[in-house]
Design a protein around this ligand. Structure first.
Ligand code: AP5
Ligand code: MG
Length: 214
């Protein structure tokens, strides 16, 4: 099963993708997480990506496309995967289609998590991410058991650099310009599914499971 998660920054793509990955036993491939790991490890790719990410801009297509295509050739992706944050532009979607067509495969579901812009800024300012394992929380909607300590690994929680309100505005306008057209792209292919992302995260997950077949 090959799934793409679509949605604005902060719509809950990562939150849902983690739960889907666990339920269906497929890997969660997040380009944002891969890029942040590269920044943390001080790689050349990380240094290049950081200059864009800190401004809320997209990293150039050529830096992310090969990264993802190499990733889904790894053994754990044999039974499928869930892509979170990729594709994010029409050229990325076309590159993904070409790579899959070359091996006689295609994407099964593109799930769009719908959340209006008004809700997004509130969500981002309350999000906290674990520096060690990348687990995400929300200070109101999904708090940790002990304040500022990751439930999964005991790591420290931080506010992501790009979650400051002014950067969130940039990410939203980049989303509307460059990523939102993918909704129509996948609609035309007949694989688009829409879910309401404003309800409780468990209810969003239930709606997705219904689409995927439990
Ligand atoms: P990326 O890491 O992908 O960020 P994003 O798309 O902006 O999305 P987020 O991770 O911010 O949000 P999310 O939808 O995963 O929401 P979450 O589940 O955390 O990318 C970051 C940057 O990397 C980009 O700006 C770009 O520069 C670069 N990049 C990455 N991929 C790229 C690509 N393909 N091409 C080019 N550049 C790329 O939830 C948000 C918060 O809300 C959390 O606190 C959560 O607990 C809470 N929440 C979730 N669901 C609910 C709910 N139902 N109710 C209440 N709260 C909820
Ligand atoms: Mg995310």
């Amino acid at each position: 099963m090959k799934i793409i998660m679509l949605g604005a920054p902060g719509a809950g793509k990562g939150t849902q993708a983690k739960m889907i990955a666990e339920r269906y036993g497929i890997p969660h491939v997040s380009t944002g997480d891969i890029l942040r790991a590269n920044i943390k490890n001080g790689t050349e790719l990380g240094a290049k990506a950081k200059t864009y990410m800190d401004q809320g801009l997209l990293v150039p297509d050529d830096l992310v496309v090969d990264l993802v295509i190499d990733r889904f050739r790894e053994a754990d992706c044999q039974n499928g995967y869930i892509l979170d944050g990729f594709p994010r532009t029409i050229p990325q979607a076309e590159a993904l289609d070409r790579a899959l067509q070359a091996i006689g495969e295609s994407v099964d579901y593109a799930i769009n998590v719908e959340v209006p812009d008004e809700n997004i800024v509130r969500r981002m300012s309350g999000r906290r991410a674990c520096v060690s394992c990348g687990a995400t929380y929300h200070i109101v909607y999904n708090p940790t058991k002990v304040e500022n300590i990751c439930d999964v690994c005991g790591g420290e929680l931080i506010l992501r650099d790009d979650d400051k309100p002014e950067t969130v505005q940039n990410r939203l306008s980049v989303y509307h310009d460059q990523t939102q057209p993918l909704i129509e792209y996948y609609n035309k292919k007949g694989i688009l599914q829409q879910v309401d992302g404003t309800v409780d995260m468990k209810d969003v997950f239930a709606a997705i499971c219904k689409i995927l077949g439990e």
